[in-house]
Design a protein around this ligand. Structure first.
Ligand SMILES: C[S@@+](CC[C@H](N)C(=O)[O-])C[C@H]1O[C@@H](n2cnc3c(N)ncnc32)[C@H](O)[C@@H]1O
Length: 216
């Protein structure tokens, strides 16, 4: 589909929001004011819009980066499964050397470009499925993984692969999905209370945590 059609659909069905853990980032999101908030799957004008929501894991990742810029400063950063792009945008804002926003959904990449422009930063995008690549090319200093543990089988594959990324700082933002916290090799960096609207979107999760993987 033409990029401008994707872009205009995103703009049509989202609103600008700062009602999240990183209000310094302006993000186009699907919020309760948007008709799509209550739409059934068959009414959606695009595939399931994960990019239209700012997931708890992504919020923890971006909040931590904005508060601890040294973790990305001068680094090459990959935001895996970027969704709305907040992790990548936070990294670029905090002076990462090079930022790649990666997602297999072209709508997510376009939403990320729209949000990057809104926040006055530049980044590059990648639509490749990088999960399983050994070694990860090009090499990244830091990989951001915001709320990617939403399916138990996928979580297993993803975690095993992340553990192979020796020499890379892997930051995982997650509210506690699929037994992530029971895994070994995770160091907790910070926990945040989610704002009320995010609790509403993510039934049952009131807080979100940023973890760093300890890769031997
Ligand atoms: C739950 S959303 C999280 C989005 C964002 N990181 C956040 O926290 O707000 C998961 C995202 O991962 C993307 N995704 C799923 N499988 C992927 C893969 N193999 N490679 C890259 N992205 C993937 C989806 O398209 C979706 O945008």
């Amino acid at each position: 589909m033409l990029r401008c059609k994707v872009s205009s659909l995103i703009l049509q069905h989202t609103v600008l929001s700062r009602a999240h853990l990183t209000p310094e980032l302006a993000l186009r999101l699907i919020t309760p004011e948007c008709p799509l908030w209550t739409a059934r799957a068959e009414e959606l004008p695009f595939p399931d819009p994960f990019w239209g929501f700012y997931w708890p894991g992504g919020q923890a990742t971006a909040r931590y980066i904005l508060d601890n810029p040294k973790i990305v400063e001068n680094k090459t950063v990959l935001d895996l499964g970027c969704g709305c792009g907040a992790g990548a945008i936070a990294a670029a804002k905090m002076k990462a050397k090079n930022v790649v926003a990666n997602d297999i959904d072209v709508y997510a990449l376009e939403a990320t470009c729209i949000n990057a422009a809104l926040n006055g930063i530049s980044l590059t995008t990648s639509a490749s499925n990088l999960i399983g690549e050994k070694p990860l090319k090009p090499h990244c200093d830091t990989v951001l993984v915001g709320d990617m543990f939403y399916d138990s089988e996928f979580a297993e594959t993803l975690f095993k692969w992340l553990m192979t990324l020796k020499g890379t700082t892997v930051l995982i933002g997650d509210p506690g999905r699929h037994g992530l916290t029971q895994r070994t090799g995770l160091k907790r960096l910070a926990t945040y209370q989610l704002p009320p609207n995010s609790c509403l979107e993510n039934r049952g999760f009131a807080e979100t945590t940023l973890w760093q993987l300890d890769i031997k």
